[in-house]
Design a protein around this ligand. Structure first.
Ligand code: PPE
Length: 309
């Protein structure tokens, strides 16, 4: 991942501050205990200006994550939604990645977060292809992680929270140490779960499969978009437990995520998937997806929010 490109302003508790001034105290609760809930979405360049992909769904999810963690976000959803649009406009980026985050701030340490304020931030920056531009076409080389994804009743996987990404980091660092770009983690029963920051799909004999929410996944918004587009295209999509080895013998496997978009997988554990390159169904789904995000196809599900400016 190349170093981050600074944008101009960050929305910090209701005000836009300069990028370099968006700071917190080192004794903030979140630094010690991972107490943040966050989102990641992309804002795409279209001929009608920048458009956020599934803005409302991302805003709803951060409030859901906060609810699971009993964290009161001190703003209405509408306020956060307008803050996101304003932050994109004010930074004058044609396209960007958008990171709203709410976290337990500075006030008191100790596990109990209630004495700490809940701070809310919205940042945007330019972010290229998550697993490299080449992977979008040629496919990524990945491994099965030796770490499992979060077991049910330990850390809730439906919440997108900072602390969950310590598990993600174990998966990612192990994969990179072995020369892979990503790791696929299994759930605590040994079935396929998800990658460090992506959901996973497989295609076998023209049918599409993805792990269900019972496999410790974050139910991704891109995952939902791909399921919808695939069904629009006439495919059957089944959410079910997927044994690891069925990935090896699948015709195609791909990742989905706001950052990763739809990234094909060329090989897993050095076993080529299908013919070891992007498959035709993955390409068809990419075309449908990027057609909507670049504004050239009809946005029939109303997934784009034009931010103006
Ligand atoms: N699972 C995990 C663990 C995950 O982090 C993501 C998003 C997904 C699935 C896909 O969810 P969705 O974006 O709603 O389709 N990962 C975000 C974080 C990436 C990062 O490195 O930070 C993302 O893609 O924005």
């Amino acid at each position: 991942m190349p170093p981050m490109e600074k944008a101009k302003k960050i929305w910090f508790n209701g005000e836009h501050v300069d990028w370099d001034d968006a700071k917190i105290h080192v004794l903030s609760h979140v630094v010690h205990y991972g107490s943040s809930v966050f989102e990641g979405m992309r804002c795409y360049e279209t001929s009608n200006g920048p458009a956020c992909f599934r803005l409302t769904d991302h805003v709803n999810r951060i409030y859901d994550s906060a609810k699971i963690y009993r964290m009161p976000i001190p703003h209405e959803k509408e306020t956060l939604t307008s803050a996101i649009c304003e932050t994109i406009r004010i930074n004058e980026l044609a396209s960007c990645y958008v990171r709203p985050i709410a976290f337990r701030g500075y006030g008191s340490l100790g596990v109990d977060p209630t004495p700490c304020p809940v701070d809310v931030v919205v940042a945007v920056w330019k972010w290229g292809a998550y697993l490299g531009a080449e992977a979008l076409e040629k496919g990524a080389s990945v491994r099965t992680a030796s770490w499992n994804r979060l077991a049910p009743n330990t850390m809730p996987s439906l919440a997108k929270v900072g602390a969950n990404y310590m598990n993600s980091q174990l998966i990612k660092l192990e994969a990179m140490a072995d020369g892979y770009s990503e790791g696929i983690a299994l759930d605590s029963s040994g079935y396929v779960s998800e990658a460090s920051g992506e959901n996973i799909f497989m295609i076998k004999n023209g049918a599409i499969y993805t792990p269900s929410s019972g496999s410790s996944i974050l139910p991704g918004i891109t995952r939902h978009s791909v399921i919808t587009l695939a069904r629009d295209l006439g495919f059957t999509v089944t959410q079910r437990a997927i044994p690891r080895e069925s990935l090896y013998i699948a015709d195609e496997v791909f990742f989905t995520g706001s950052a990763a978009e739809i990234t094909p997988i060329a090989e897993i554990d050095h076993i080529p998937i299908g013919n070891g390159t992007r498959g035709p169904v993955t390409k068809q789904l990419q075309d449908a997806f990027f057609g909507i995000t670049d504004g050239t196809a009809k946005d029939k599900h109303k997934w784009l929010t034009f931010v103006g400016g």
